[in-house]
Design a protein around this ligand. Structure first.
Ligand code: NDP
Length: 528
């Protein structure tokens, strides 16, 4: 076999409902990734000079085009990622349309120079303000579970700030990224400002080490760690949006019908393959049994099937690896005393990757020194473990007993109590009486604490990641020599001690004496 044939790597876009390969792609080599970044660098020099109104026009045309092709885009996402088309429409297309509106509306004011008022009396003759400049070329590496909305929101934020973008989508969902590029091409985005490099983990690694100026990564904790290590070598600025093990706390006064519906939707939407999905549900013991009953009854009514069938509510897992993780977590939970109340098995009659939505109860936290994996590791599948608690303090402690800290939710009819508990939970976002949907608020920051990541995407905080902040300091009285310049001596030393007493002494007489001493400095002779 010729050497070049051995070197070619391929990735396959596959329908997870049937296992059928839809399209194959050659992976971009590291040379191709480097070339894409080079071209992006040249193109960005022009894009950053393009007037803001022209950038906005591109965004408006992009939005119009996406709205016009919404059904086609949703169908493509559904085909490649397995989710019901209506979910693709709501959690992918709608989210991106709204994000475009947010940037069109907000980005101009964000880029206006921002005054920085200051308090130091010694420096009162200076005016300071912030300028926000594009980073340059932003690399984006994205996962398969929201193959359109996750990269699109980051691409939009980067472009509107005047950056160029090179996107490496997941090898499992390249078509959604290609559609995104096509939409921008149609909207009139100049060539090379936004490029897509398709490939596997090696292609992603090549982007990490290419001469990009910023990297936005969304994916698993192990890959995030690898990327952070590579980025540290060259001090590349990164944002990491990683996994979660999000808890839902249902207090004794919660509306049980609403909370149980939310738990079922929050755990099983996108077949549980959502970074913000409900992975652990802690319920007050007084209402535990009734809550479980409602969840089981509602779960049994869910329709599992292909995403293209409008009646389907739960699609397939993305692939066999994901199924294997789910099965191993459920088996381990059973070994920790759990009982399966519904689900707990594959559904091979529907296709190779289907798994029944599953409710588990009685999971013991640990057996000996073995902690139940389903309570500590990200499952990323349609499994909802429900665990009772007795006190509010215990519920908060259980929620925080995790390496992750992406999001959480608190359910109660007493909103102030819910918000007080939310403040005590270690997470990037805590929702009171809702799950997941904060991702659809373009103004809200998205990101986690602890192992769930670094930095933020979305909202103002997300825009901050796409710019370099420069502080401009302008002297208003440039002809006056500064008091603190050379020409020091013992008298000046005393004057400055007096100045500090004037500002910070707690004793008024001391302050007055300090003021008298400090005044002399203004007329100090012999300054250089
Ligand atoms: P992975 O970490 O496996 O992959 C994410 C991306 O990184 C893919 O494009 C992948 O390419 C690429 N990649 C793989 N290896 C490397 C490498 N060495 N260097 C650079 N890039 C690499 O995550 P998944 O795609 O499986 O996504 C699921 C995970 O993402 C879950 O943990 C989920 O919680 C998390 N996630 C977090 C979100 C958040 O906002 N916090 C949102 C959505 C998901 P390839 O696919 O080709 O291997």
């Amino acid at each position: 076999m010729p050497q070049s044939a051995i070197a070619i790597r391929k990735v396959f876009s596959t329908d997870p409902a049937t296992g059928k390969v839809l399209r194959e792609f050659e992976c971009a080599s590291s040379e191709e990734v480097a070339a894409a970044v080079d071209h992006a660098q040249s193109a960005q020099k022009l894009w950053r000079e393009v007037s803001f109104s022209e950038r906005i026009s591109v965004f408006r045309r992009f939005q119009t085009e996406l709205h016009r092709r919404k059904d086609e885009v949703a169908a493509q996402i559904s085909l490649e990622a397995g989710k019901p088309q209506v979910e693709a429409l709501l959690t992918e297309v709608l989210v991106v349309l709204d994000a475009a509106s947010f940037y069109i509306r907000y980005a101009k004011s964000f880029l206006r120079p921002e005054r920085v008022p200051h308090g130091n009396p010694a420096l009162k003759t200076k005016r300071g303000y912030l300028l926000r400049e594009p980073q340059g070329v932003v690399g984006i590496i994205s996962p398969w579970n929201y193959p359109f909305s996750i990269p699109s929101c980051d691409v939009l934020a980067a472009l509107i700030m005047g950056n160029a973008v090179v996107l490496k989508p997941s090898e499992l969902t390249p078509s959604a990224a290609l559609l995104l590029r096509e939409l921008f091409n149609t909207a009139g985005l100049p060539p090379d400002i936004f490029q897509v490099v398709i490939g596997d983990g090696l292609t992603g690694a090549a982007l990490t080490t290419a001469t990009i100026d910023k990297l936005i990564f969304t994916g698993s904790v192990p890959t995030g760690r690898r990327i952070a290590t590579a980025a540290a070598e060259r001090l590349l600025s990164i944002v990491l949006e990683l996994g979660g093990k999000d808890p839902m706390l249902v207090l004794e006064d919660a509306d049980l019908d609403i909370a149980s519906s939310a738990a079922v939707w929050g755990a099983f939407m996108n077949a549980g393959q959502t970074c913000l999905s409900v992975e652990r549900c802690y319920v007050h013991r007084k209402i535990h049994d009734r809550f479980v009953e409602l969840c089981v009854e509602k779960t049994k009514r869910l329709r599992v099937g292909r995403g293209s069938d409008p009646e389907s509510e739960i699609g397939p897992m993305i692939n066999q690896q994901q199924l294997n993780i789910i099965e191993s977590h459920v088996a381990d939970a059973l070994a920790h005393g759990a009982r399966v109340l519904t689900g707990g098995k594959r559904l091979p009659e529907l296709g190779p990757n289907f798994y029944a939505p599953t409710i588990l109860v009685d999971v013991k936290h640990n057996v000996g020194s073995n902690v139940a994996r389903i309570l500590i590791e990200e499952t990323f599948g349609p499994v909802l473990p429900i665990i009772p608690f007795d006190t509010e303090e215990e519920a908060i402690a259980l929620a925080n007993d995790s390496d992750f800290g992406l999001s959480a939710s608190v359910w109660t009819r007493n909103r102030p109590r819910g918000e007080a508990i939310a403040a005590k939970i270690e997470a990037g976002t805590v929702m009171v009486n809702d799950v997941i949907t904060c991702f659809g608020i373009s103004e809200a920051p998205h990101g986690g604490v602890k192992s769930s990541g670094l930095g933020r995407t979305h909202g103002r905080s997300g825009l901050e990641e796409m710019v370099r902040t420069k502080y401009i300091d302008a002297e208003l009285l440039p002809s006056i020599p500064k008091v603190w310049w050379f020409g020091y001596g013992s008298e000046f030393h005393l004057q400055m001690k007096g100045f500090l007493d004037l500002l910070f002494s707690k004793n008024w007489a001391h302050r007055a004496r300090g003021a008298a001493k400090a005044t002399g400095a203004l007329f100090r002779k012999g300054r250089l």
